[in-house]
Ligand binder design. Structure first.
Ligand code: CO8
Length: 259
């Protein structure tokens, strides 16, 4: 598969690295890029050997938002019928394997929303998060009003969306938007090491963990805990549970087969 706006690599066993690659536009998200991203995710989902995906941009920008030049002249009818961004967002929402966002530089507007659609965000010290759509006379349109509020709380979300203030990496970590902050020159190494660690685990247990954490956003505590308990029990039907616990007792590394 060959792409023009993204680069897809396999840096280690079980890991797919997707780089957004429109340097001339700070990786602004246009129809072509979103289509190619969806195709690359389809391929990663279908490939049994892929266990984890890392999504990254450049040193200067993860993505500076939806492509303003592509959007600026659109009518309501065109926006409604093309439903720009929804297929890619749905693809990520429904993607069953973990996706790590490795963010350096700007993650603005749709770029911040794209990072929040991933399972967790590792940020370089240079990362800057923002929802500056208000400056353009609009608002977030790919879940930003909802997801950012859940990540950082109402006060910071309102501040960012109404004043267009950017959040630096340190504040993003304090606020719970990102899982960790690393030196800019170590960003990819750290994200790929996290992905390799995930790729070495039982893919079944990984997928169930992911499903259950996401369930926490959609259900009550008691229902979520009840579903967790049932799925915990079900893990004992897999060989990977036997292998993982036997390896601990025998003081060796487990060899998970995904069955
Ligand atoms: N879209 C298109 N082109 C962009 C974008 C963008 N979002 N961001 C940057 N670029 C382009 C610039 O136009 C410029 O191109 P050129 O050289 O041809 O003029 C090039 O990238 C470099 O940018 P700058 O010269 O501006 O670089 P600076 O370092 O001076 O500034 C900034 C960097 C601060 C990131 C600045 O580029 C900026 O403010 N960008 C726009 C940020 C923004 O407003 N993002 C929100 C966009 S709207 C959005 O994301 C809505 C999502 C919801 C869609 C829902 C659909 C259903």
């Amino acid at each position: 598969m060959s792409f023009e706006t993204i680069l897809v690599e396999s840096p280690s066993a079980g890991v797919t690295l997707i780089r957004l690659n429109r340097p001339e536009a700070l990786n602004a998200l246009n129809t072509q890029l979103l289509g190619e991203l969806s195709q690359a995710l389809d391929a990663a989902e279908a490939d049994e050997t892929v266990r984890c995906v890392v999504l990254t941009g450049s040193e200067k920008a993860f993505a500076a938002g939806a492509d303003i030049k592509e959007m600026s002249d659109k009518t309501y009818a065109q926006m409604f019928s093309m439903d720009f961004f929804t297929p890619a967002a749905r693809r990520l929402e429904q993607f069953r394997k973990p996706v790590i966002a490795a963010v350096a530089g700007y993650a603005l507007g749709g770029g911040c929303e794209l990072a929040m659609l991933c399972d967790f965000i590792i940020a370089a010290e240079t990362a800057k998060f923002g929802q500056p759509e208000i400056n353009l006379g609009v608002m977030p349109g790919i879940g930003g009003t909802q997801r950012l509020t859940r990540f950082v709380g109402k006060s910071k979300a309102m501040d960012m969306m109404l004043t267009a203030r950017m959040m630096d990496a340190a504040e993003a970590e304090r606020a719970g938007l990102v899982s960790r902050v690393v030196a800019a020159d170590k960003l990819l190494d750290e994200a790929l090491a996290a992905a390799a660690k995930i790729a070495s685990q039982s893919p079944l247990a990984v997928m169930m963990n992911k499903e259950l954490v996401n369930t926490a956003y959609e259900t009550t505590l008691s229902t979520g805990v009840a579903v967790e308990r049932r799925l915990f029990h079900s893990l004992f039907a897999f060989e990977d549970q036997k292998e993982g616990m036997a390896a601990f007792v025998e003081k060796r590394k487990p060899d998970f087969k995904g069955r």
